[in-house]
Design a protein around this ligand. Sequence first.
Ligand code: GP9
Ligand code: MN
Length: 631
Amino acid sequence: MFNKKLKLNLYVIASLLFGLKTYIIYRFLFNISLENAMQEFILFINPFVTAFLVLAISVWMKPKKQLRFIRWATLIGTLVLYFNLLFYRNFGDFLTIPVFFQGSNAADLGGSILALIELGDLLLLLDVALVWYLSRRDHLELTVSFTRKKQLLVFSMSIIFLLGNYILAEIERPQLLQRGFDREYLVKNIGLFNFHIYDIIQQSRSQAQRVFADGNELSGIIDYVEQNTTDTEQTDMYGIAEGKNVIFIWLESLQTFVINNTLHGEEVTPFLNSLIDESYYFENFYHQTEQGKTADSEFIVENSLYPLPSGAAYFTHSSNAYHSMPQILDEAGYTTAIFHANNGSFWNRNSMYETLGIDHFYDIDSYEVNSQNSVGWGLKDKEFFEQSMKYLTSLPEPYYSRFITLTNHHPFDLDEEDATIDQFDSNSRTLNQYFQTVRYLDEAVEEFFDHLKETGVYDNSIIVLMGDHYGISDFHNRAMSMYLDKEEITDYDHIQLQRVPFYIHVPGQEGKVISEVAGQVDVKPTLLHLLGVDDSNDISFGTNLFGPNRKEFVALRDGSFITNQYIFTKDSCYDRETGELLGNENTGRFGSDEEVEESACAPLIEKVQEELSYSDRIIYGDLFRFHDFSN
Ligand code: GP9
Ligand code: MN
């Protein structure tokens, strides 16, 4: 039919299609915040720039290879986008190399992943299908032997596009690549694919850091810690729990917004609410985790170090030297044990627990798990506590024990017979179900308290409870704003939603509600203080929460921070209690960096960065291997 073949440059068509698709994903499937027209523009161009950069490589190939290259590049590119999308739906964040290589975890995600897949996702394959279809039509001339001149022209064009993109990004966000701790900024300015390349370079650099690290680096860090975070002052709380057992309950995905709150006129967490009256309860306690989620929360609490900016130290730095709370308690005569009814390999716990000096790890193999007594991620929490009792009561005292719960985990599935509160009614199935599994967790903890009392363990122990990290990501902001009866979830609200419950329950003591801000990094020095265990040689970034010289800020991993007066996040400074934006009232945003400098938060912005980077240097350089903590 066609005598003359129709000439089309497939790499151009594929770049346009792939660029457009990527833009649609950025704009409508990821929840990327855009503050001005420039950001909109950069977000629009960067997908095309990247697609062109990659697909234009094909002009250097022989005609036959060009088609194959374009087909596979669009398919692989789509898969990269899609894996990011699935990850984003769960964690509101982008994949990084370390997270990707935690593949064993992804396998265990099972039900969670299925819940994240949507039928409409198939549409993402449209352009790939079209490219494959076109490339098989022989009446279209899609491949050409390009002249050297044309090749060089196409190459120069891709470089000019890339530079243009980068320059715009630098204007919009000075020092973007140096300050790369915020993944969203990176993705929206240079695109997801360039972000991945950036991430690969960062990771290799951090590997090199260990090789070149030397012990002298520690002295500066020790000076900082002594001046800023250490509070060795003894208070009347020192040693109040001396010789007692510690029972530490890790409350999976539990956030503070449900505490003392109601749904359909009912208390969501009746037991945890009542426990406030008999505990030291920290109402402004923030989780400080990053991509390592539960593993990060454990890492922070056990070491009083910050988690890594990407990946989980549990995976990437499990053979480092640490000076963990279990190690310190072990020296003070404690037995240390962890209870968690999941595979021991999840989050690389098996090896990390050994590194941290934990004596016993009761993982899934210690439990009777069957289809009747499990839901979602595995053994139901009530069963978990009940089955744990025989192990707990057999431990030599005093012991430090941690119980990591599981039922209140995304996707928050629960058997009907276990649901004792109705679901919420919103567009988010996740949030709707969350209240039911939270209530279940509340009941499970109450039952655990009963077991502890029945066996007499209770009287000789202190019981600590902590939420590990958020359960409801920003992806559910619409539904969340409905529940909280707010017009929208602002950046300020986002930070306040990072509060998780923290209780120290000392049987026989009244306790009180403590409103000063606190974070997970403070748990280690606080517990050691209550147990009367000397930690004056420790190098840690937290401060004893009962001491007079508390550090003034709680740093979050992305550089946001909270003080008793202020909250700083995304370049804006807010009054902590009212949420009022301090600074530019007209625009509701700070216009320039100078204005940020003048804001009330300014004196701490650098300091928080400094502290985070000290913690990173300890971990990346494995610096504790050079230090003797015993003197
Ligand atoms: C897995 C459990 C959940 O063992 O601790 O981990 P998370 O997904 O919350 O990090
Ligand atoms: Mn968790």
